[in-house]
Write a protein that binds this ligand. Structure first.
Ligand code: UDX
Length: 487
């Protein structure tokens, strides 16, 4: 990591407008050494200070965060225990599919201000340390597994210096940050912890990190807390300069914000999927229903897409960990609705298998079925708790011969379910199919030509698990079209 240079405000500086040290140095001379104060000012970003940053955990969250912090002009060292991941990132290769990340890694590495290592001791040079490790669901339990958070903090403790700021970004059960803060103060009384949850969406992670819709700081109401917040303002100077709202809160609120947001999103999806069940029972159309209620600005149309439900590395495990924590706190009743949200979501997968059985005439045993999509959502190769893969695996377990395709997630899907067959393209996956299930709405699947695709299948039956196809066009091309929540 290079030495920290002092950088003054750049007029109109934005996330794309990377602070250029020479430009900044000349601005420093032009402005006679006057430094803009922190906080948004029209036409000026707040004071940009090149900060030495370490990022513990270089998975989906940490790798993107490290690359984006370099783009914002800081010196960044990413630390991870997985040697292969460190080696790939050091070559400028993203270990997972995330649009825009490889370019940002290469750009950062080229500046010499971004590096990755498995030698955590090198992070001693940094003054702001981000904790970005995973908090997966414990096997066989709803609770979150905090072993990686504890391990990262224990690694960090001996190297903390007075004035260092530890920034927690991992999603943790409320109360975790308070105990981590005690550990930090036990090791270095003059270091401070801030809880700063992330809200990035896979597939848009680079955009969401460079242009967050809000910044949340959870901090202790002390001078040390305020000083730590000022340090974090320096890190996020570009976003703050663009007027990104900042919410300063206590530690408990900041931890709750993340799980509350994810619970709300999960509830919204399960709400519309529950309406889909009603639509199926009444012959109504859930997509029209969503459009109609979505026009009410209080409701909004976003996250009202009915289908095979939510998955991924966040929503399912976060609502379960939230329920587990509420139980520990003695307020489990407050979140009992989330178990219904979870149940509605899981029912969609069962319903999808039933629908496949229905269109195949009552049995899927020995039937050739094509599944379009394995990732939990488009623009991702993530198959964690993927509804698409779960439905594919269920059908295979129930005796169908399932061929899965996905533009990015085949390797990950094969590792998880080697029993399934895989094909590189939709055209190959549907060869001889007696039913085709569209389960992840990749753009290339949404625009598939029903006339062309029909040539390859044995029986033209399509189940639209994401309500993203035009039923009129598919029926006109001779397909039996079925969907969840649509007549
Ligand atoms: C989510 C949150 O959006 C993000 O703020 C948080 O930081 C992490 O968790 P992500 O897991 O990347 O992000 O995916 P998201 O776009 O929220 O989608 C989650 C799941 O819900 C996907 O499986 C998606 O297909 C599904 N979904 C989404 C629906 O079924 N219907 C919708 O209307 C929207």
């Amino acid at each position: 990591m290079g030495t920290a240079a002092h950088i003054v405000a750049i007029p109109g500086g934005g996330a794309e407008n990377v602070p250029n040290v020479e430009l900044c140095t000349s601005l420093y001379r032009v402005f006679g050494g006057r430094v803009a104060p922190a906080g948004p000012r029209p036409g000026l970003t707040p004071r940009l200070q090149r900060v030495k940053i370490s990022v513990f955990g270089c998975g989906y969250l940490g790798a993107v965060h490290a690359a984006c912090m370099t783009r914002l002009g800081h010196d960044v060292l990413g630390v991870d225990v997985i040697e292969d991941q460190v080696a790939a990132l050091s070559r400028g290769e993203a270990p997972f599919f995330e649009p825009g990340l490889p370019e940002l890694l290469v750009e950062g590495l080229d500046t010499g201000r971004l590096a990755f290592t498995s030698d955590a001791g090198l992070a001693a040079d940094a003054t702001v340390h981000f904790i970005c490790v995973g908090t997966p669901q414990k096997p066989g339990e709803n609770a979150a597994d905090l072993r990686y958070v504890r391990s990262a903090i224990n690694t960090l403790l001996p190297m903390l210096k007075p004035g260092d700021v530890v920034v927690g970004k991992s999603t943790v059960p409320v109360g975790t940050a308070e105990s981590l803060r005690e550990l930090i103060h036990g090791a270095q009384p003059e270091a401070e912890l801030i809880w700063n949850p992330e809200f990035l969406r896979e597939g848009f992670a680079v955009h969401d990190t460079l242009h967050p819709d809000r910044l949340v700081y959870g901090l202790a109401p002390t001078d040390a807390g305020r000083r730590a917040a000022a340090r974090l303002d320096e890190v996020y100077a570009t976003a703050l300069g663009q007027g990104t709202p900042k919410v300063e809160a206590d530690l408990a609120t900041a931890q709750l914000v993340k799980v509350a947001a994810n619970s709300f999103l999960a509830t919204k999806i399960s709400f519309i999927n529950a309406m889909a069940e009603l639509c199926e029972a009444t012959g109504a159309d859930v997509t029209l229903l969503a459009d109609a209620i979505g026009h009410d600005a209080r409701i909004g149309r976003k996250f009202l897409n009915a289908g095979v439900g939510f998955g991924g590395g966040c929503l399912p495990k976060d609502i379960r960990a939230f329920m587990a924590r509420a139980g520990e706190l003695g307020v489990d009743q407050a979140l009992s609705f989330l178990s219904e949200v979870d149940a509605i979501n899981m029912r969609r997968r069962v319903r999808m298998v039933d629908l496949a059985r229905e269109v195949c005439g009552g049995s899927i045993v020995g039937r050739q079925i094509a599944v379009l999509g394995a990732a939990f959502k488009p623009d991702s190769d993530d198959v964690r708790d993927s509804p698409a893969l779960s439905v594919a695996a269920q059908m295979q377990l129930q005796g169908a011969r399932v061929t899965v395709t996905d533009p990015q997630a085949i390797d990950n899907a094969r590792k998880k379910w080697p029993e399934l067959s895989f094909a590189p393209t939709a055209a190959e996956a549907v060869q001889g199919a007696e039913a085709v299930l569209l389960l992840t709405e990749w753009p290339e699947y949404v625009v598939l030509d029903p006339v062309e695709l029909r040539q390859n299948v044995t029986a033209p039956r399509i189940i639209d698990g994401r309500n993203c196809l035009d039923p009129v066009a598919w029926r006109a091309a001779g397909w039996t079209y079925r969907a969840l929540g649509r007549p």
